[in-house]
Structure formats: structure tokens, C-alpha cells
Design a protein around this ligand. Structure first.
Ligand code: AMP
Length: 127
């Protein structure tokens, strides 16, 4: 069987992004925003799994990291820099933080809009 490709997964414009994160981006449901710029937004996870648990998403929709194409490289670099700024704002940049993305349902992804979990605080499980 050929390897599955995800580059053909739909990419929704903001107006029709059907995910819960699309609704947050359109202001249809509230979020506790930590930081926002023209390409990304960070907000507190509604069900935190650590003392600090923030979701970081690009405003541009793609389903998950598996859908990344070469043209997305600048955006990805921006998201990593943005995550560092978020950590700084939360006061955990120097103490340390963890950045995780679940790519696909098999990895536990439940919201099909690329996102990174920024986790920090005591007792993070060793990986
Ligand atoms: P994942 O399982 O990797 O897809 O992560 C999705 C994350 O989104 C989970 O940690 C959820 O708790 C979080 N989440 C779902 N709905 C909301 C919401 N309305 N506001 C903030 N975080 C949410």
C-alpha cells in the first residue's frame, strides 16, 4: 500500500474553517488569549494538562504537521519564534518549557487545525 499523503487535505479559509480553533479565530467562542500577531495566536488550553498549558496555532489553516509543504517553512519558523515569545510572556522561557504537536488521530490529535501545546511547570513527565 502506498504511503498516505496529507498534502491534499483541505485547507479552509478563515471564514469556513469548521474546527473549534476556527471558531476561536473568528471570535465566535471565547478564548483566554496570551499573545497574538498577524500569523498566529496563543490561548490557554480549556483543559490544562500542566500548570502552564497554552495552545499555539497559525491563523492559516492546515490540518496538522503532516500537511506541511515547502511553502510553509517560513510560517513554521515563525510559529517556533512565536512560541518562544509566548514562553517569555508566561515567564517560563528561562525555567523551561515543552512544545508538542500531535500529528494525526493516531497520535491523539482531536482538533484538525495545526497546533502546538506549550507545557511548563513542575512534574512534566519525562519523555
Ligand atoms: P489535540 O488533542 O492535540 O488535538 O489538542 C487539542 C487541545 O485543544 C486539547 O488539549 C483541548 O483541551 C484543547 N481545546 C479544545 N477546545 C478548546 C477551547 N475551546 N479552548 C481552548 N482549548 C481547547
Amino acid at each position: 500500500m502506498p504511503a498516505t499523503t496529507h498534502t491534499t487535505a483541505p485547507r479552509y479559509p478563515l471564514a469556513t474553517n469548521p474546527t473549534i480553533f476556527g471558531k476561536i479565530l473568528r471570535g465566535e467562542i471565547p478564548a483566554k488569549v496570551v499573545l497574538e500577531d498577524d500569523k498566529a495566536i496563543a490561548f490557554h488550553d480549556i483543559a490544562p494538562k500542566a500548570k502552564v498549558h497554552v495552545i499555539i496555532i497559525p491563523k492559516q489553516h492546515m490540518q496538522c504537521l503532516r500537511c506541511m509543504e515547502a511553502a510553509d517553512a517560513d510560517l513554521m519558523a515563525h510559529l517556533l519564534q512565536f512560541a518562544n515569545q509566548v514562553a517569555d510572556k508566561l515567564g517560563v522561557k528561562h525555567s523551561g518549557y515543552r512544545l508538542i504537536t500531535n500529528a494525526g488521530e493516531g497520535a491523539g490529535q482531536t482538533v484538525p487545525h495545526l497546533h502546538f501545546h506549550l507545557l511548563a511547570g513542575p512534574n512534566l513527565p519525562a519523555l
